[in-house]
Design a protein around this ligand. Sequence first.
Ligand code: BG6
Length: 452
Amino acid sequence: MLKFPKNFHIGASMSAMQTEGKGITEIGDLTFDAYFKENPELFYHGVGPDLTSDITRHYKDDIEKFKYIGLDSVRTGFSWARLFPDGINLNKEAVKFYHDYIDEYLKNDIEIIMTLFHFDMPLWAHELGGWESREVIEKFISYCEFVFKEYGSKINYFVTFNEPLVPVFEGYVGKMHYPAKDSPKEAVAQAYGIFLAHAKAVKLFKELKIDSKIGVVYNWNFTFPFSDSAEDKISAEIYDAYVNRGPLNIMYNGNINPIIIKTLEEYNITPFHTSEEIEIIKQTEIDFLGVNYYFPCRVKTNENVKNRWALDQMHIEIPADAKINPFRGWEIYPEGLYDISIAIKKELNNIPWYIAENGMGVENEDRFRNENGQIDDDYRIEFLETHMSELKRGLDAGSNCFGYHIWAAIDCWSFRNAYKNRYGLIEVDLKDQSRKFKKSAYWYKELIENKE
Ligand code: BG6
């Protein structure tokens, strides 16, 4: 079995919205509540964001289970709409809930990493214009200030955004997130607002001299050209600038790739910005990085071009001989974790980093249930083992990686996919909220016990 060093964190991640649902305190409406109200048929099996693992009621038992597995760290998050349901007034019950919840992790010696924004946009903020609105950004910063001051002494790692651009790509040029538009120009303006909000949150954190660390969790689904052709290489470079390294670098140290500036100008979609804002972005300096990795992006040049923005000229294609997760349709490429380890070492000054999400989503896991009622998820064990081996290789090559978190600790509701793809080490029966360890939980426990 794989051996990781004693001080290497092995844990799991989740998010507030995907585990809390409406929960035990008041919470303001989210964009996903509106989306579900308008189009329930778009959600897998008609399951909306209210039906989750209901962790605000079950957290003591759940944390006991995390402890049993041996997770030494867990990432979840605060819900902005729970702490400030209308964006203005503080919800005191929510403040107390997060104290109790965090304390329970600490009592169990589990390091708790907290995200401030994980796709859970309050509806009022969306109605003001979302991240394009400077008023929304200021309200977000006030929420961050409250959280840093209130919980700063208990939390060692704060994450500003999880997969910052996913809601932008999925909401403004895709149809998975609200408002399900198709407007590259708006997507770019939203993305810029997120970079600014992140930079301002990091700046505030440093000004407040909070004695912990701040970073971002970026989904770095490593870029490769699909072929050796000159076209695919150029497309891959542009794709990387827009989707992978480009935004990651902006959030790492405010470095804006000239390819982004040039191509936005070419398509006349440069977002509104001021020189003061650009200065704030350029001063960004995070303390650590979280990386979510699920699959590689092999970029192929399009023949039929829509030509609204640079990304219209390319798409992601999976090679015919690649290994695929048949349940989710994503390519399985564990070597990507080694590539990321080396890239961080070389390109990001070997910043302390960890794998914040990596895992395997599977449909209808019921079919893998054994006679004792346990899900025998050998496919997940294989996925974990191959990916973690590649990460270990990166670690041995000197990459400054301090941990690995599987997505997810427990089966989570997911955006429009609801419970289609289950990822948890712990199964949730939505009929009665009972929990059961999957086989992978025992494998993970052994792996953790095997640290030396
Ligand atoms: C990650 C997100 O991108 O993927 C999670 O950070 C999400 O929030 C996970 O649940 C899995 O997504 P899906 O759509 O396969 O359930």
